[in-house]
Write a protein that binds this ligand. Structure first.
Ligand code: COA
Length: 326
């Protein structure tokens, strides 16, 4: 029996030109390269220029993905942007992008706020729509300007985050419904609102009409991040009918190299198969996974038939995973 699968047909990314190094940060707060490097693995991050918006980064990432997919903008049937730093309170950044990209009139456009798990959430929504036959081609973007909600006087958080955007285009292709199919083989998402105040902004439209700054209980987030990222991979592998031995590449959310190391050990996957970009991107929340995917494609790392496992974890808490065969 044939079924519809979502194939990844193109990716793209955009990083702001400005690079902020650990040494730069040591001029701003009481920190140093040694502390940041050993605790997080981060060496540098990109920071959006004044007036450079989440929609601008998303637009450039989308153009690159469209070009790589070799499709026309008008072929896109759905646009979804995962972000916690959209341009406007409303409407959605996706709606603004639909206009900028000249998508065909009536193309549904929405944002999703699932923090660092946003790309996995958005991909699941797009995949479900594709598999139901509601749409054929989806543009899924993860994009952030976290620098705008970073307290640059707080050394506990300001060293961790960065700006950027990644885009992915998924398209319907018939499969046989077996574990040997290509395309998205599984997606799985979770949330636990009990952990809401471990990682949050104290402000908001309904509270005080402000965006607020990132607050984080780093130690607690770290503890929960590891098992959540492991579960995202293990559960989605189970749904796909595959095991860790089938995985060619693991693309984790990029928050901290120590978290990634520890997840890789628990999954029993060699670090050679793990994509690491946190060293030069920092934590870009919803943008981190599509950025890592697009940068790896551009570097020629992936080949046809590779199985990619992905997992993410972030504020909410939210977490999840997905399995993709190219
Ligand atoms: N430079 C120098 N010292 C710093 C510092 C910085 N940038 N930030 C914190 N410190 C200090 C602290 O004040 C503390 O000092 P004290 O012991 O005198 O109070 C000390 O370093 C240790 O801090 P601690 O919080 O114990 O460090 P840690 O080993 O837990 O590492 C994080 C901190 C934030 C790097 C780590 O907890 C982490 O990565 N957490 C998960 C974050 C994350 O991934 N969030 C996003 C998930 S989507």
């Amino acid at each position: 029996m044939t079924i519809i699968r979502s194939h990844l047909i193109g990716t793209g990314y955009k990083l702001p030109a400005k690079i902020l190094t650990n040494d730069d940060l040591s001029q701003m707060v009481d920190t140093n390269d040694e502390w940041i490097s050993t605790r997080t693995g981060i060496k540098s991050r990109h920071i959006a220029a004044e007036g450079e918006l989440t929609s601008d980064l998303s637009y450039e990432a989308a153009l690159m993905a469209i070009q790589n997919a070799q499709i026309k903008n008008q072929e896109i049937d759905f646009i979804i942007v995962a972000t916690v730093t959209g341009d406007h309170t409303f409407p959605a950044t996706a709606a603004k992008l639909a206009k900028k990209l000249g998508l065909k009139p009536g193309t549904p456009a929405m944002d999703v706020n699932a923090a660092c798990s946003g790309f996995v959430y958005a991909s699941q929504i797009a995949d479900n729509m594709i598999r139901l036959g509601q749409i054929k081609t989806a543009l899924v973007i993860g994009a952030e300007t976290l620098s705008r909600i970073t307290d640059w006087t707080d050394r506990n958080t300001c060293v961790l985050f960065g700006d950027g955007a990644g885009a992915a285009i998924f398209q319907a292709v018939e499969g046989l419904g077996t574990k040997d199919d290509t395309g998205l083989l599984a997606t799985k998402i979770y949330a636990d609102g009990e952990q809401f105040d471990r990682l949050y902004s104290a402000s908001g439209v309904s509270i005080d009409q402000k965006a607020g700054y990132i607050h984080m209980d780093g130690k607690e987030v770290f503890k929960v991040a590891v098992p959540s990222l492991v579960q995202g991979v293990e559960e989605s592998l189970k749904i796909a009918g595959l095991s860790i031995e089938d995985v060619n590449w693991y693309v984790p959310h990029q928050a901290n190299l120590r978290i990634i190391d520890s997840v890789a050990k628990k999954l029993n996957i060699d670090m050679e198969k793990v994509i690491v970009t946190v060293d030069h991107h920092g934590n870009t929340s919803a943008a981190s996974i599509p950025l890592a995917l697009a940068e790896s494609f551009a570097a020629g790392k992936f080949k046809k038939g590779d199985v990619i496992a992905i997992s993410a974890m972030g504020a909410g808490f939210t977490w999840g995973g997905m399995i993709l065969r190219l």
